[in-house]
Design a protein around this ligand. Structure first.
Ligand SMILES: NC(=O)c1ccc[n+]([C@@H]2O[C@H](COP(=O)([O-])OP(=O)(O)OC[C@H]3O[C@@H](n4cnc5c(N)ncnc54)[C@H](OP(=O)(O)O)[C@@H]3O)[C@@H](O)[C@H]2O)c1
Length: 240
């Protein structure tokens, strides 16, 4: 696995924090030339410099022109990873529709714009890895129906693109609740109580780590026979 990434060009949207940053570090450790793309330009520069990544950029994945600009001077990409996103939650009858759109804008439409912007610069031997989430299989009644739909859509999108853009490989990682900055940002002061209650229910009585999910991302890009797959990294959360 190590050698398959040596000197490969890896671009990770969402590579400046959490799961994406961990995937970026592991891909770099395997010899890849990694470019990370985050929302915040100063943060991307700091993370890129601190970690010795080959490049760093900023983009807003809900804005196609910034996606194209971030990719404009990248010669070619062997492995593209798309996991930039936020926790979009709001009830279907009350939440602002424009806000709910973000769930799909950050996922399906961002992926489409990134693929169109890259065109033939995405190597035909290469791979694309999306992210979904446990909500795709295990929705709840707390305003996450649109996010669950967008997550499930990524899995279906990957399977369709594995045929349409073959022989490029398309896969999706579906994490359970993972301990990243997103969790604190989303739950605020309620984080501890939420996490304690969740741990109680989970088979492993803990959350996943960014390293564990990042390793699954690197596995999918490294293993040349993984294609059209959804890889669940949830500690068995779907069983309970
Ligand atoms: N953590 C979980 O429990 C969990 C579970 C299931 C699925 N996921 C999904 O996994 C992905 C990564 O989550 P994480 O937990 O690693 O989150 P995180 O630590 O908050 O990292 C999110 C990354 O996405 C970038 N980003 C967010 N909005 C963006 C935008 N509009 N344009 C460009 N970049 C943007 C952030 O850039 P900045 O740092 O510059 O803001 C950061 O690099 C998300 O799509 C999330 O929905 C997470």
């Amino acid at each position: 696995m190590t050698d398959t990434l040596r000197d490969r060009s890896v671009v990770i949207f969402g590579g400046t924090s959490g799961i994406g940053l961990s995937a970026a570090r592991q891909a770099k450790a395997a010899g890849a030339r990694v470019t990370v793309i985050g929302f915040d330009a100063a943060g991307a520069e700091r993370i890129g410099t601190e970690n010795g990544f080959a490049g760093w950029r900023a983009a807003d994945v809900t804005k196609p022109e910034t996606i194209a600009a971030a990719l404009a001077d990248i010669d070619h990409v062997d492995h593209l990873v798309l996991l930039a996103g936020t926790f979009v939650a709001g009830t279907i009858l009350e939440a602002d529709v424009g806000y709910l759109h973000r769930a799909f804008d950050e996922r399906i439409w961002a992926a489409m714009h990134a693929l169109r912007a890259l065109g033939d610069r995405l190597d035909s031997d290469g791979s694309v890895t999306f992210i979904s989430g446990a909500l795709s299989d295990r929705p709840n009644a707390y305003g996450t129906a649109v996010l669950a739909a967008a997550s499930a859509a990524m899995e279906a999108f990957a399977r369709g693109l594995a045929l349409e853009l073959a022989p490029r490989r398309f896969n999706t990682v579906s994490p359970g609740t993972t301990d990243t900055p997103l969790l604190t940002r989303t739950l605020g002061d309620g984080r501890e109580a939420y996490v304690d209650a969740l741990k109680e229910k989970l088979p492993l009585h803990r959350l996943g780590t960014a390293e564990e999910v990042g390793a699954a991302v690197v596995f999918l890009m490294s293993n040349g026979f993984m294609n059209g797959e959804t890889l669940h990294v949830d500690g068995g959360a779907r069983l309970v």
